[in-house]
Design a protein around this ligand. Structure first.
Ligand SMILES: Cc1cc2nc3c(=O)[nH]c(=O)nc-3n(C[C@H](O)[C@H](O)[C@H](O)COP(=O)(O)OP(=O)(O)OC[C@H]3O[C@@H](n4cnc5c(N)ncnc54)[C@H](O)[C@@H]3O)c2cc1C
Length: 336
Protein backbone atom coordinates (compact mmCIF):
# COMPACT_ATOMS: atom_id res chain seq x y z
CA UNK A 1 0.00 0.00 0.00
CA UNK A 2 1.46 3.28 -1.09
CA UNK A 3 0.70 6.67 0.45
CA UNK A 4 1.43 9.51 -1.95
CA UNK A 5 2.01 13.08 -0.80
CA UNK A 6 0.75 16.34 -2.37
CA UNK A 7 -0.74 14.77 -5.45
CA UNK A 8 -3.08 16.39 -7.95
CA UNK A 9 -6.67 15.12 -7.80
CA UNK A 10 -7.42 16.24 -11.36
CA UNK A 11 -7.54 12.66 -12.66
CA UNK A 12 -9.71 11.55 -9.74
CA UNK A 13 -12.71 13.83 -10.23
CA UNK A 14 -14.82 14.04 -13.39
CA UNK A 15 -15.01 17.85 -13.05
CA UNK A 16 -11.20 17.69 -13.62
CA UNK A 17 -10.61 20.29 -10.92
CA UNK A 18 -6.89 20.63 -10.29
CA UNK A 19 -6.63 20.61 -6.50
CA UNK A 20 -4.12 18.64 -4.44
CA UNK A 21 -4.54 16.13 -1.64
CA UNK A 22 -2.06 16.30 1.22
CA UNK A 23 -2.03 12.49 1.07
CA UNK A 24 -3.61 9.92 -1.23
CA UNK A 25 -3.90 6.13 -1.08
CA UNK A 26 -5.83 3.31 -2.69
CA UNK A 27 -7.31 0.45 -0.63
CA UNK A 28 -8.47 -2.89 -1.97
CA UNK A 29 -9.62 -4.63 1.22
CA UNK A 30 -11.12 -3.78 4.60
CA UNK A 31 -7.77 -4.61 6.23
CA UNK A 32 -5.96 -2.06 4.03
CA UNK A 33 -8.63 0.53 4.82
CA UNK A 34 -8.20 -0.13 8.55
CA UNK A 35 -4.40 0.24 8.28
CA UNK A 36 -4.76 3.55 6.45
CA UNK A 37 -7.28 4.87 8.98
CA UNK A 38 -4.95 3.87 11.84
CA UNK A 39 -2.11 5.73 10.11
CA UNK A 40 -4.24 8.85 9.60
CA UNK A 41 -5.69 9.35 13.08
CA UNK A 42 -4.83 13.08 13.22
CA UNK A 43 -6.09 14.14 9.81
CA UNK A 44 -9.34 14.27 7.90
CA UNK A 45 -10.29 11.37 5.56
CA UNK A 46 -12.21 11.50 2.31
CA UNK A 47 -13.48 8.31 0.69
CA UNK A 48 -13.88 8.46 -3.07
CA UNK A 49 -14.98 6.12 -5.83
CA UNK A 50 -15.05 7.44 -9.38
CA UNK A 51 -15.15 11.11 -8.28
CA UNK A 52 -18.20 11.74 -10.48
CA UNK A 53 -20.37 13.42 -7.86
CA UNK A 54 -17.81 15.67 -6.17
CA UNK A 55 -16.80 19.31 -6.57
CA UNK A 56 -13.47 20.15 -4.93
CA UNK A 57 -13.45 23.84 -4.00
CA UNK A 58 -10.03 23.79 -2.32
CA UNK A 59 -6.99 21.60 -1.73
CA UNK A 60 -7.79 18.67 0.55
CA UNK A 61 -5.74 18.89 3.73
CA UNK A 62 -5.99 15.22 4.68
CA UNK A 63 -5.93 11.68 3.31
CA UNK A 64 -7.99 10.85 0.22
CA UNK A 65 -8.84 7.13 0.20
CA UNK A 66 -9.83 5.63 -3.14
CA UNK A 67 -11.95 2.53 -2.86
CA UNK A 68 -10.79 -0.31 -5.11
CA UNK A 69 -12.35 -3.29 -3.29
CA UNK A 70 -13.41 -5.67 -6.10
CA UNK A 71 -15.63 -8.73 -6.41
CA UNK A 72 -19.11 -9.78 -7.55
CA UNK A 73 -20.87 -12.79 -6.05
CA UNK A 74 -24.30 -14.43 -6.38
CA UNK A 75 -25.04 -15.05 -2.69
CA UNK A 76 -28.52 -16.57 -2.82
CA UNK A 77 -31.66 -16.97 -4.89
CA UNK A 78 -35.35 -17.66 -4.35
CA UNK A 79 -38.22 -18.24 -6.77
CA UNK A 80 -38.31 -14.65 -7.97
CA UNK A 81 -34.92 -13.10 -7.32
CA UNK A 82 -31.16 -13.38 -7.51
CA UNK A 83 -29.21 -11.64 -4.72
CA UNK A 84 -25.92 -10.30 -6.03
CA UNK A 85 -23.30 -8.81 -3.77
CA UNK A 86 -20.94 -6.34 -5.43
CA UNK A 87 -17.89 -4.82 -3.77
CA UNK A 88 -17.88 -1.03 -3.47
CA UNK A 89 -14.90 -0.60 -5.81
CA UNK A 90 -16.61 -2.21 -8.81
CA UNK A 91 -17.30 0.23 -11.65
CA UNK A 92 -21.09 0.77 -11.77
CA UNK A 93 -21.60 0.50 -15.52
CA UNK A 94 -19.43 -2.65 -15.80
CA UNK A 95 -21.54 -4.16 -13.02
CA UNK A 96 -24.75 -3.28 -14.90
CA UNK A 97 -23.39 -4.93 -18.06
CA UNK A 98 -22.33 -8.00 -16.07
CA UNK A 99 -25.89 -8.35 -14.66
CA UNK A 100 -27.42 -8.01 -18.14
CA UNK A 101 -25.10 -10.74 -19.43
CA UNK A 102 -26.07 -13.04 -16.56
CA UNK A 103 -29.81 -12.39 -17.16
CA UNK A 104 -30.30 -10.63 -13.82
CA UNK A 105 -33.12 -8.18 -14.62
CA UNK A 106 -34.12 -4.74 -13.32
CA UNK A 107 -30.84 -2.82 -13.45
CA UNK A 108 -30.70 -2.13 -17.23
CA UNK A 109 -32.22 1.38 -17.05
CA UNK A 110 -29.28 2.46 -14.87
CA UNK A 111 -26.73 1.86 -17.65
CA UNK A 112 -23.84 4.27 -18.15
CA UNK A 113 -24.16 6.18 -14.86
CA UNK A 114 -20.54 7.00 -13.99
CA UNK A 115 -18.97 6.03 -10.67
CA UNK A 116 -18.58 3.00 -8.46
CA UNK A 117 -21.00 0.58 -6.82
CA UNK A 118 -20.10 1.91 -3.34
CA UNK A 119 -21.47 5.38 -4.08
CA UNK A 120 -24.69 4.14 -5.70
CA UNK A 121 -26.70 4.05 -2.43
CA UNK A 122 -25.19 7.35 -1.21
CA UNK A 123 -27.62 9.40 -3.27
CA UNK A 124 -29.90 6.55 -4.40
CA UNK A 125 -28.78 6.98 -8.00
CA UNK A 126 -31.54 6.99 -10.53
CA UNK A 127 -32.32 7.38 -14.20
CA UNK A 128 -35.08 6.55 -16.68
CA UNK A 129 -37.68 5.62 -14.08
CA UNK A 130 -35.51 3.36 -11.89
CA UNK A 131 -33.64 4.15 -8.68
CA UNK A 132 -31.18 2.03 -6.71
CA UNK A 133 -33.81 1.64 -3.99
CA UNK A 134 -35.91 -0.43 -6.45
CA UNK A 135 -33.23 -3.12 -6.71
CA UNK A 136 -31.49 -2.70 -3.35
CA UNK A 137 -31.41 -5.51 -0.79
CA UNK A 138 -28.77 -4.57 1.80
CA UNK A 139 -25.30 -3.10 2.24
CA UNK A 140 -22.36 -3.53 4.54
CA UNK A 141 -20.54 -0.47 5.82
CA UNK A 142 -17.62 0.22 8.16
CA UNK A 143 -18.13 2.71 10.96
CA UNK A 144 -15.11 5.02 10.95
CA UNK A 145 -14.98 5.82 14.66
CA UNK A 146 -16.60 2.75 16.21
CA UNK A 147 -14.42 0.60 13.92
CA UNK A 148 -17.06 -2.03 13.27
CA UNK A 149 -19.04 -3.40 10.33
CA UNK A 150 -22.74 -2.59 10.22
CA UNK A 151 -25.44 -3.92 7.84
CA UNK A 152 -28.17 -1.63 6.51
CA UNK A 153 -31.39 -2.95 4.99
CA UNK A 154 -33.71 -1.02 2.65
CA UNK A 155 -35.63 0.76 5.43
CA UNK A 156 -32.49 1.68 7.34
CA UNK A 157 -31.01 3.46 4.31
CA UNK A 158 -34.01 5.86 4.27
CA UNK A 159 -33.73 6.35 0.53
CA UNK A 160 -35.36 9.40 -1.01
CA UNK A 161 -34.90 11.36 -4.21
CA UNK A 162 -31.07 11.59 -4.46
CA UNK A 163 -30.90 11.01 -0.70
CA UNK A 164 -30.01 8.38 1.89
CA UNK A 165 -28.90 8.34 5.52
CA UNK A 166 -25.31 8.45 4.23
CA UNK A 167 -25.88 12.00 2.95
CA UNK A 168 -27.89 13.10 5.98
CA UNK A 169 -27.75 11.80 9.55
CA UNK A 170 -24.75 9.47 8.98
CA UNK A 171 -22.82 11.82 6.70
CA UNK A 172 -19.06 11.03 6.74
CA UNK A 173 -19.53 8.30 9.35
CA UNK A 174 -19.40 5.14 7.22
CA UNK A 175 -17.42 3.61 4.39
CA UNK A 176 -19.69 1.45 2.24
CA UNK A 177 -17.87 -1.85 1.63
CA UNK A 178 -20.34 -3.78 -0.52
CA UNK A 179 -23.92 -3.63 -1.75
CA UNK A 180 -26.30 -6.55 -2.34
CA UNK A 181 -28.86 -6.08 -5.09
CA UNK A 182 -32.07 -8.07 -5.53
CA UNK A 183 -32.61 -8.61 -9.24
CA UNK A 184 -35.47 -10.32 -11.03
CA UNK A 185 -35.15 -13.79 -12.52
CA UNK A 186 -37.78 -12.94 -15.13
CA UNK A 187 -37.73 -9.70 -17.13
CA UNK A 188 -39.87 -6.85 -15.76
CA UNK A 189 -39.09 -4.07 -18.21
CA UNK A 190 -39.70 -0.39 -17.58
CA UNK A 191 -39.70 1.52 -20.86
CA UNK A 192 -42.39 4.09 -20.16
CA UNK A 193 -39.99 6.78 -18.99
CA UNK A 194 -38.26 9.42 -21.08
CA UNK A 195 -37.45 8.58 -24.65
CA UNK A 196 -36.66 4.85 -24.20
CA UNK A 197 -39.66 3.70 -26.24
CA UNK A 198 -38.87 6.10 -29.12
CA UNK A 199 -35.21 5.12 -29.03
CA UNK A 200 -36.13 1.42 -29.25
CA UNK A 201 -38.32 2.21 -32.25
CA UNK A 202 -35.51 4.20 -33.86
CA UNK A 203 -33.23 1.21 -33.29
CA UNK A 204 -35.91 -0.97 -34.97
CA UNK A 205 -36.12 -3.24 -31.92
CA UNK A 206 -39.17 -5.47 -32.12
CA UNK A 207 -38.28 -7.82 -29.26
CA UNK A 208 -37.54 -5.78 -26.10
CA UNK A 209 -34.65 -7.19 -24.04
CA UNK A 210 -32.51 -5.92 -21.16
CA UNK A 211 -29.63 -5.52 -23.62
CA UNK A 212 -31.80 -3.47 -26.00
CA UNK A 213 -33.00 -1.19 -23.17
CA UNK A 214 -29.43 -0.75 -21.99
CA UNK A 215 -28.33 0.16 -25.54
CA UNK A 216 -31.22 2.62 -25.88
CA UNK A 217 -30.36 4.28 -22.56
CA UNK A 218 -26.69 4.46 -23.57
CA UNK A 219 -27.60 6.14 -26.90
CA UNK A 220 -29.88 8.68 -25.22
CA UNK A 221 -27.33 9.49 -22.52
CA UNK A 222 -24.49 9.90 -25.01
CA UNK A 223 -26.60 12.28 -27.09
CA UNK A 224 -27.77 14.38 -24.13
CA UNK A 225 -24.95 14.59 -21.62
CA UNK A 226 -21.46 16.01 -22.08
CA UNK A 227 -18.78 13.31 -21.81
CA UNK A 228 -16.62 14.12 -18.74
CA UNK A 229 -13.58 12.89 -20.69
CA UNK A 230 -14.11 15.82 -23.06
CA UNK A 231 -15.66 18.50 -20.80
CA UNK A 232 -15.35 18.27 -17.01
CA UNK A 233 -18.71 17.84 -15.27
CA UNK A 234 -20.50 15.83 -12.59
CA UNK A 235 -23.81 15.25 -14.38
CA UNK A 236 -26.82 17.06 -12.91
CA UNK A 237 -25.50 19.72 -10.59
CA UNK A 238 -28.89 20.47 -9.01
CA UNK A 239 -31.81 18.34 -7.88
CA UNK A 240 -35.18 18.76 -9.53
CA UNK A 241 -37.26 20.78 -7.05
CA UNK A 242 -40.40 19.34 -5.51
CA UNK A 243 -42.93 22.13 -4.93
CA UNK A 244 -46.44 22.36 -3.43
CA UNK A 245 -49.23 21.75 -5.98
CA UNK A 246 -50.62 25.30 -5.47
CA UNK A 247 -47.26 26.83 -6.40
CA UNK A 248 -47.10 24.56 -9.45
CA UNK A 249 -50.61 25.59 -10.54
CA UNK A 250 -49.68 29.28 -10.27
CA UNK A 251 -46.52 28.77 -12.32
CA UNK A 252 -48.43 26.76 -14.92
CA UNK A 253 -50.79 29.71 -15.44
CA UNK A 254 -47.80 31.93 -16.24
CA UNK A 255 -45.89 29.27 -18.20
CA UNK A 256 -48.39 26.88 -19.84
CA UNK A 257 -45.56 24.71 -21.25
CA UNK A 258 -44.18 23.90 -17.78
CA UNK A 259 -44.18 20.12 -17.19
CA UNK A 260 -44.84 18.70 -13.73
CA UNK A 261 -44.60 15.16 -12.38
CA UNK A 262 -46.80 14.26 -9.41
CA UNK A 263 -44.46 13.42 -6.52
CA UNK A 264 -47.37 12.64 -4.16
CA UNK A 265 -50.80 14.00 -3.34
CA UNK A 266 -49.53 17.43 -2.34
CA UNK A 267 -46.29 17.94 -4.24
CA UNK A 268 -45.15 18.15 -7.86
CA UNK A 269 -41.63 17.74 -9.20
CA UNK A 270 -40.49 20.16 -11.89
CA UNK A 271 -37.35 20.30 -14.00
CA UNK A 272 -34.54 22.38 -12.51
CA UNK A 273 -33.14 22.62 -16.06
CA UNK A 274 -36.27 24.50 -17.14
CA UNK A 275 -35.95 27.02 -14.28
CA UNK A 276 -32.27 27.57 -15.10
CA UNK A 277 -32.97 27.97 -18.80
CA UNK A 278 -35.85 30.40 -18.16
CA UNK A 279 -33.48 32.42 -15.97
CA UNK A 280 -31.13 32.79 -18.93
CA UNK A 281 -28.18 30.70 -17.71
CA UNK A 282 -28.13 27.97 -20.35
CA UNK A 283 -24.92 28.30 -22.35
CA UNK A 284 -23.49 30.93 -19.95
CA UNK A 285 -19.72 30.90 -19.62
CA UNK A 286 -17.31 32.93 -17.50
CA UNK A 287 -13.65 32.00 -17.93
CA UNK A 288 -13.73 28.19 -17.98
CA UNK A 289 -16.79 27.73 -15.75
CA UNK A 290 -20.09 27.36 -17.53
CA UNK A 291 -23.63 26.11 -17.75
CA UNK A 292 -23.82 23.58 -20.59
CA UNK A 293 -25.40 24.87 -23.80
CA UNK A 294 -27.50 21.75 -24.40
CA UNK A 295 -28.27 20.66 -20.84
CA UNK A 296 -28.76 23.54 -18.37
CA UNK A 297 -28.67 21.23 -15.35
CA UNK A 298 -25.03 20.39 -16.00
CA UNK A 299 -22.33 22.83 -14.91
CA UNK A 300 -19.07 22.36 -16.77
CA UNK A 301 -15.35 22.98 -16.57
CA UNK A 302 -14.09 23.92 -20.05
CA UNK A 303 -10.48 23.37 -18.97
CA UNK A 304 -8.96 25.30 -16.13
CA UNK A 305 -11.93 26.39 -14.02
CA UNK A 306 -11.40 26.27 -10.28
CA UNK A 307 -13.91 24.53 -8.03
CA UNK A 308 -14.61 27.91 -6.46
CA UNK A 309 -15.58 29.37 -9.86
CA UNK A 310 -18.01 26.50 -10.47
CA UNK A 311 -19.37 26.81 -6.93
CA UNK A 312 -19.83 30.60 -7.31
CA UNK A 313 -21.64 30.04 -10.60
CA UNK A 314 -23.96 27.57 -8.88
CA UNK A 315 -24.66 30.16 -6.15
CA UNK A 316 -25.46 32.84 -8.74
CA UNK A 317 -27.89 30.43 -10.46
CA UNK A 318 -29.55 29.48 -7.16
CA UNK A 319 -29.97 33.18 -6.22
CA UNK A 320 -31.37 34.10 -9.62
CA UNK A 321 -33.86 31.21 -9.76
CA UNK A 322 -34.95 32.08 -6.21
CA UNK A 323 -35.58 35.71 -7.17
CA UNK A 324 -37.50 34.81 -10.33
CA UNK A 325 -39.50 31.78 -9.16
CA UNK A 326 -39.30 31.73 -5.31
CA UNK A 327 -37.83 28.23 -5.58
CA UNK A 328 -34.53 27.36 -3.90
CA UNK A 329 -32.52 24.87 -5.95
CA UNK A 330 -30.55 22.30 -3.98
CA UNK A 331 -27.14 21.10 -5.12
CA UNK A 332 -26.95 17.40 -5.92
CA UNK A 333 -23.15 17.32 -6.17
CA UNK A 334 -21.12 16.89 -2.96
CA UNK A 335 -19.12 20.05 -2.25
CA UNK A 336 -15.73 19.36 -0.66
C1 LIG B 1 -21.94 12.54 -16.96
C2 LIG B 1 -22.57 12.16 -15.64
C3 LIG B 1 -23.86 11.67 -15.60
C4 LIG B 1 -24.46 11.30 -14.38
N1 LIG B 1 -25.71 10.79 -14.39
C5 LIG B 1 -26.31 10.43 -13.24
C6 LIG B 1 -27.64 9.89 -13.24
O1 LIG B 1 -28.24 9.68 -14.29
N2 LIG B 1 -28.19 9.57 -12.05
C7 LIG B 1 -27.54 9.75 -10.87
O2 LIG B 1 -28.12 9.43 -9.83
N3 LIG B 1 -26.28 10.25 -10.84
C8 LIG B 1 -25.65 10.60 -11.99
N4 LIG B 1 -24.38 11.12 -11.96
C9 LIG B 1 -23.71 11.32 -10.68
C10 LIG B 1 -22.75 10.16 -10.29
O3 LIG B 1 -22.44 9.37 -11.39
C11 LIG B 1 -23.34 9.27 -9.20
O4 LIG B 1 -23.70 10.02 -8.08
C12 LIG B 1 -22.36 8.16 -8.77
O5 LIG B 1 -23.01 7.24 -7.92
C13 LIG B 1 -21.14 8.70 -8.05
O6 LIG B 1 -20.24 7.63 -7.88
P1 LIG B 1 -18.70 7.88 -7.59
O7 LIG B 1 -18.09 6.56 -7.30
O8 LIG B 1 -18.09 8.64 -8.70
O9 LIG B 1 -18.77 8.76 -6.27
P2 LIG B 1 -17.76 9.89 -5.80
O10 LIG B 1 -17.98 11.11 -6.62
O11 LIG B 1 -16.39 9.34 -5.73
O12 LIG B 1 -18.31 10.16 -4.34
C14 LIG B 1 -19.58 10.74 -4.15
C15 LIG B 1 -19.84 10.88 -2.65
O13 LIG B 1 -19.94 9.59 -2.06
C16 LIG B 1 -18.91 9.39 -1.10
N5 LIG B 1 -18.47 8.00 -1.30
C17 LIG B 1 -18.02 7.44 -2.45
N6 LIG B 1 -17.79 6.13 -2.27
C18 LIG B 1 -18.09 5.85 -0.97
C19 LIG B 1 -18.06 4.66 -0.17
N7 LIG B 1 -17.68 3.48 -0.65
N8 LIG B 1 -18.44 4.75 1.13
C20 LIG B 1 -18.83 5.94 1.65
N9 LIG B 1 -18.88 7.09 0.95
C21 LIG B 1 -18.52 7.04 -0.35
C22 LIG B 1 -17.86 10.43 -1.38
O14 LIG B 1 -17.15 10.80 -0.21
C23 LIG B 1 -18.71 11.58 -1.91
O15 LIG B 1 -19.28 12.30 -0.85
C24 LIG B 1 -23.74 11.47 -13.17
C25 LIG B 1 -22.43 11.97 -13.22
C26 LIG B 1 -21.84 12.30 -14.43
C27 LIG B 1 -20.43 12.80 -14.44
Amino acid sequence: MQIQQNISLKAYNTFAINVTAKEFAVFSSLEELQELLAYNTNNENLIIGGGSNILFTKNFDGLVLKNEIKGIELIKEDNEYYYIKAAAGEVWHSFVLYCIQQHYFGIENLSLIPGYVGASPMQNIGAYGVEVKDIFYELEAYHLTEKKQVNFNLQECEFGYRESVFKTKFKNQFVILNVTFRLHKKPVFNISYGAIQQELEKMKITQVSAQAISNAVIHIRLSKLPNPKEIGNAGSFFKNPVIPNEQFDQLKKLYPHLQGYKENENYTKIAAAWLIEQSGWKGYRKNDAGCHNKQALVLVNYGNATGKEIFDLSTAIIDDVKTKFSITLQREVNII
